[in-house]
Design a protein around this ligand. Sequence first.
Ligand SMILES: *[C@@H]1O[C@H](CO)[C@@H](O)[C@H](O)[C@H]1NC(C)=O
Ligand SMILES: *[C@@H]1O[C@H](CO)[C@@H](O)[C@H](O)[C@H]1NC(C)=O
Ligand SMILES: *[C@@H]1O[C@H](CO)[C@@H](O)[C@H](O)[C@H]1NC(C)=O
Ligand SMILES: *[C@@H]1O[C@H](CO)[C@@H](O)[C@H](O)[C@H]1NC(C)=O
Ligand SMILES: [Zn+2]
Length: 387
Amino acid sequence: MRCRPPIISGLLTLVALSTLVSCLPSQRTQLTESQLSALIESHPPFPALSPNYYMTTTPAGNLSEQSSPDGADERSNGKTVALLTPMLIPRSPGSDNATIVRDHIMSHFDGLSNWTAVTDAFMATVPEYGGVMGVLNFTNLIFRLTPPGSDDIPSRYLTLVAHYDSKISPFGFIGATDSAVPCAILMYLAESLTPHILARWKSDIDAVSDDTGLQIIFMDGEEALVEWSDKDSLYGARHLANLWESEKKSSQFGRMTALQDIDLFVLLDLLGAGSPAVPCFFEITSWACRDLAETETRVRNAGLAKTKGQRPFIRAHNVMKNVFIDDDHMPFLRRGIPIMHVIPIPFPKVWHTMNDDGAHLSSEAVHDWAVFVTGWVAGYLGVGDFL
Ligand SMILES: *[C@@H]1O[C@H](CO)[C@@H](O)[C@H](O)[C@H]1NC(C)=O
Ligand SMILES: *[C@@H]1O[C@H](CO)[C@@H](O)[C@H](O)[C@H]1NC(C)=O
Ligand SMILES: *[C@@H]1O[C@H](CO)[C@@H](O)[C@H](O)[C@H]1NC(C)=O
Ligand SMILES: *[C@@H]1O[C@H](CO)[C@@H](O)[C@H](O)[C@H]1NC(C)=O
Ligand SMILES: [Zn+2]
């Protein structure tokens, strides 16, 4: 049986609707505590997300993994590759380090089954910095996991976003929370969920053909190069939103641009410091924010969180409608895309300082964010029965 949007009118709509209802995918659910536990045990976030777990290059140019002495016992799983540490380097747009970080992300997704990669590379004029005014190369990376059999039905994607560039000044700035940790969490999430998502899709290819897929975007050029303004910031997000708005898709179902494939745009930013407080910002997506908060509650109740005795990270009880934060979601928000912004208020104390580095992260908070977000996405994509 196939699930299709009701495109016929009149009496037949009833038939179409009942068909739709009878095969509505069990997506946008919540994992139970035991499902969350199974998910995390099958793929623990550490050591891959530990800032102490790093890779070094041997004289022959080979990569080998090492960890600090206190993380030595974490190396039992020989297959684990450091996700976070290779990104804890300055990586401003157009730099050689940005290419290194991009290669790190690309090779990670290359190693996962069934993901497709799209790059959005472009040049943009930037204001004077370091004494020169000119153009820089920027590259957004987009990865998609698409339900099978959806060739003739436009796919929708839960879209998870973080920026991988770092601020060009002060010299040597790392940006661990901003946003190396969010990027690493998205890489972990993809690695941990891919087998479960594919298992769900394999179970009944016809029934899931209009399942929501997963799209992960690593945005370039979020940071201003000189001083934050409409023109000097959000280079990648502005370019991508504009590109997708103009990319027309022929569709009998009324979704006309690639932009409209976005089911929900979830932006992670400034995560990894201790004791964060993340509010909901948008009434229209407060359901998603409450679901994420509920996942946090279940993870904590199941004893799976590493931060103990703390107030919840997600504060879903009220929606902070009057707070305006300019970030990579804005070009998409302006085009009517539903947004969930996962960013703490206030920002971490280390924000835009030299202290925003690996040493100032809370490993426990990094772990817990990875579990909360991954557990929530698992429920959204309906993989609870496929763990
Ligand atoms: C580097 O990798 C190559 C190919 O796997 C191997 O032959 C070589 O011995 C390695 N060198 C070192 C120093 O590990
Ligand atoms: C590139 O990263 C290295 C660390 O791997 C750092 O020492 C270097 O300063 C960075 N380059 C730039 C231009 O920031
Ligand atoms: C930007 O990318 C283009 C095409 O890949 C390349 O030819 C050019 O040298 C790059 N410019 C800079 C400033 O790196
Ligand atoms: C994943 O890719 C393999 C190989 O291309 C293909 O046979 C399989 O059907 C794909 N699975 C799903 C669920 O898309
Ligand atoms: Zn920043």
